[in-house]
Design a protein around this ligand. Structure first.
Ligand SMILES: Cc1cc2nc3c(=O)[nH]c(=O)nc-3n(C[C@H](O)[C@H](O)[C@H](O)COP(=O)(O)O)c2cc1C
Length: 370
C-alpha cells in the first residue's frame, strides 16, 4: 500500500474519513483520523448547533463554528491533513467554502449536488486567508498552502460535467475525485428505483469507468487526479478490493461512527452496535434525495404523518419549510444528541457490522498494516 498525495498534501495512509453531518464528524473524529495518518473530515452541516446564538443567527453561528472546529482538529493533529465536507445543497454554500478555506482547511470535499462554484468560492477564501495570514498560528511547518478541492460524484457523467465546467470557467482541475457508491450512508446520489436493485447497477463497472476517465483527464491536464472510492467500505478486505480496482484511496464513514473519538452521543453509537442487517433501510429525505438510515420510531412516524417543526435554521436550498414532511436539521440534531428514537440516524449499508466500540487508532492500524 502506498500513501496518497492530494495536491500539496502527503497522506501516509490512503484513508479519508467521510464527512458526517449533523455533528457526527467534528474536530474530535477528524483530528484523531488525521493524527493517525489519514485525512480527517469535519462536516459543516449545521456545525454551529451548539453555539449559543444558533437559534437566533444560525448562519453566523455555523460560520464561526467552522473555524473553531478546524482549529480544534489542528490541535489534535498539528501535522495531519484536515478538511471539511460542505454539501452543495447547503444554503449560502459559498460562504461556508470561504470560511473553511480562510480558517485553513487543507481540503474541501463537496457533494449532494455538483460543486460548480467551488473553485471561485475557494479562491475568495484564499484571498482572505492570505490577507489575515490565518494559517500562520496553526503550527504548520511549511506555511500556508492552497486548499485542495474535491467533488463527490456517483457517475462518470457527473465527473465529466464538473471537470469540463471547471476547466472552461476557472482553468481549474479537481485535486481529488471521491466516487460515492450506492452502499453509502446519508443522502445518496441515486434514484429510489436504482437503489431497489443495487446489484443490477453493476457499480464496479461505473467505478472502473470513472477511474479510466480520471486517468485520461489527468494525462491531458498534466496533473494526477487521485480517486477515492466510498460506500460500503468497512474493513481492510473491502479497502484492498477498492485499491485493487485501481483506486488511490478509500473514503470511509460508517466504520468511524462506533469509535470513542466520534463526536456523536454514546446512544447514537450504541444504536449502530444494536442494529441488525434488516434495520438499515432506505428512506426519502425531505431534501428530495433518497437516504440510508437506521429504522426507528422516528422513521415509522415520518412514514405515517407530517411531523411539525420549530424555527427554520435555513439549512438546505431545496427545502420548503411550510411543506416539508419533517425538519431534517431537527431530526439530525436530535440524533447526534442521543435521542435515538426521535432522531434520524443516517448510516451506511454496513452499519450492522459494528459489534463494539473501537479507537480510531485501532481502525487505522488495521487499514495501514503491511
Ligand atoms: C451518519 C452519516 C452522515 C453523513 N453525512 C454526510 C454529509 O453531511 N455530507 C456528505 O457529503 N456525506 C455524508 N455522509 C456520507 C459519507 O461521507 C460517506 O461518503 C459514505 O457514508 C461512505 O460510505 P460508508 O459510510 O459505507 O463508509 C454521511 C454518512 C453517514 C454514515
Amino acid at each position: 500500500m502506498t500513501g496518497l498525495k492530494i495536491a500539496e498534501y502527503s497522506v501516509p495512509v490512503p484513508v479519508i474519513q467521510g464527512g458526517m453531518g449533523v455533528g457526527i464528524s467534528l474536530s474530535g473524529l477528524a483530528g484523531s483520523v488525521a493524527a493517525c495518518g489519514g485525512v480527517g473530515i469535519i462536516s459543516t452541516a449545521q456545525i454551529g448547533y451548539r453555539e449559543p446564538d444558533y437559534d437566533t443567527n444560525p448562519l453566523e453561528a455555523n460560520l464561526r463554528a467552522v473555524g473553531k472546529e478546524i482549529r480544534k482538529a489542528r490541535r489534535i493533529a498539528p501535522h495531519g491533513v484536515i478538511g471539511v465536507n460542505i454539501m452543495v445543497a447547503t444554503r449560502e454554500y459559498e460562504a461556508y467554502v470561504e470560511a473553511a478555506v480562510e480558517a485553513g482547511a487543507d481540503l474541501v470535499i463537496s457533494g449532494a449536488g455538483l460543486p460548480m462554484t467551488l473553485p471561485a468560492a475557494a479562491a475568495a477564501g484564499e484571498e482572505k486567508k492570505k490577507a489575515a495570514g490565518s494559517r500562520a498560528d496553526y503550527g504548520s511547518e511549511n506555511g500556508p498552502k492552497r486548499a485542495a478541492l474535491a467533488p463527490i460524484v456517483s457517475s462518470r457523467k457527473a465527473a465529466e460535467v464538473i471537470c469540463r465546467y471547471w476547466k472552461k470557467k476557472y482553468r481549474a482541475v479537481p485535486d481529488l475525485l471521491v466516487v460515492e457508491g450506492p452502499l453509502a450512508g446519508g443522502h445518496l446520489g441515486f434514484s429510489a428505483e436504482q437503489l431497489e436493485d443495487i446489484p443490477a447497477l453493476h457499480y464496479e463497472e461505473e467505478i472502473r469507468s470513472i477511474l479510466e476517465f480520471a486517468a485520461e483527464y489527468s494525462k491531458a491536464a498534466g496533473k494526477k487526479i487521485p480517486v477515492a472510492v466510498a460506500g460500503g467500505i468497512y474493513d481492510r478486505a473491502d479497502m484492498d478490493r477498492a485499491l485493487a480496482l485501481g483506486a488511490d484511496a478509500v473514503q470511509m464513514a460508517t466504520r468511524f461512527v462506533t469509535t470513542w473519538e466520534c463526536d456523536a452521543a454514546d446512544a447514537y453509537k450504541q444504536a449502530y452496535i444494536r442494529a441488525k442487517r434488516e434495520d438499515i433501510v432506505l428512506t426519502k429525505s425531505p431534501v428530495g434525495m433518497p437516504g440510508r438510515a437506521i429504522r426507528n420510531a422516528f422513521l415509522e412516524r415520518a412514514a405515517k404523518e407530517r411531523i411539525p417543526h420549530g424555527r427554520c435554521h435555513g439549512c438546505i436550498t431545496s427545502c420548503r419549510p411550510g411543506e416539508t414532511p419533517y425538519c431534517i436539521t431537527e431530526a439530525l440534531i436530535a440524533a447526534v444528541r442521543g435521542d435515538v428514537e426521535n432522531g434520524l440516524l443516517f448510516a451506511g449499508e454496513n452499519a450492522w457490522k459494528a459489534r463494539k466500540m473501537e479507537h480510531v487508532a485501532e481502525i487505522m492500524e488495521e487499514l495501514s498494516r503491511k
